[in-house]
Design a protein around this ligand. Structure first.
Ligand code: 5GP
Length: 180
């Protein structure tokens, strides 16, 4: 896998430091809330969520959703298919959605709306990576690990054709991998 990476843009050490920083911030902000739900969006959230939650020093529930976005085509913007729904009621709950990267913003905008529609008391987003240049709709996650340029990255949960998720860092793929 490593030979396919052109450049590492977020190192293991940086990721660890970002998880500590974000975990502390969330701990402070949610200290008076009752058992918030940390809701991971599969599959990209897995390494980030498992590292981040170790630094949230509060009782939190852990849940997952698997959603697939349809961007463009005949679907209206923000149309998502829920492949696996959250396993508990979100009514009157404080939700922290845990995401690997925000690009167009459509996935999260839709999931946030859905959870609010279901009666969540509050819905915020923590993302390891943010690509603000990719936005097609306005969306600002409350907690951002690091802002990156509009490049396609893999590793630490992020895939290309379902591979590279298990790299311990975030990197840019070599072009020859795409052109194979
Ligand atoms: P969006 O914000 O465009 O609705 O969707 C975010 C999702 O698009 C992420 O959860 C991720 O699955 C995918 N995505 C966006 N940018 C990248 C990227 O640079 N690399 C990878 N592997 N996936 C990305």
């Amino acid at each position: 896998m490593k030979k396919d990476i052109k450049e590492v843009i977020v190192t293991e050490k940086q990721i660890k430091d970002l998880c500590v920083k974000l975990g502390k911030q969330i701990t402070l902000d949610y200290k008076d809330k009752e058992n918030p739900i940390l809701l991971g969006l599969l599959k990209g959230c897995i390494p980030f969520m498992s590292d981040l939650m170790k630094y949230i020093d509060l009782p939190v529930e852990v849940e997952f959703m698997d959603v697939k976005s349809y961007h463009g085509g005949i679907s209206s913007s923000g149309d998502i298919k829920i492949r696996m729904d959250i396993n508990t009621s979100v009514y009157n709950r404080d939700i922290i959605i845990c995401e690997d990267i925000v690009d167009t913003g459509k996935t999260l905008d839709t999931v946030v709306r859905l959870l609010k529609h279901r009666g969540a008391r509050s819905v915020e987003v923590v993302t390891l990576l943010d690509k603000p240049e990719g936005r097609l709709i306005p969306f600002t996650p409350k907690y951002i690990g690091i802002t990156i340029p509009k490049v396609f990255v893999v590793g630490y949960g992020l895939d290309y054709n379902e591979l590279y998720r298990n790299l311990p860092y975030v990197g840019i793929l070599k072009e020859r991998v795409y052109s194979k």
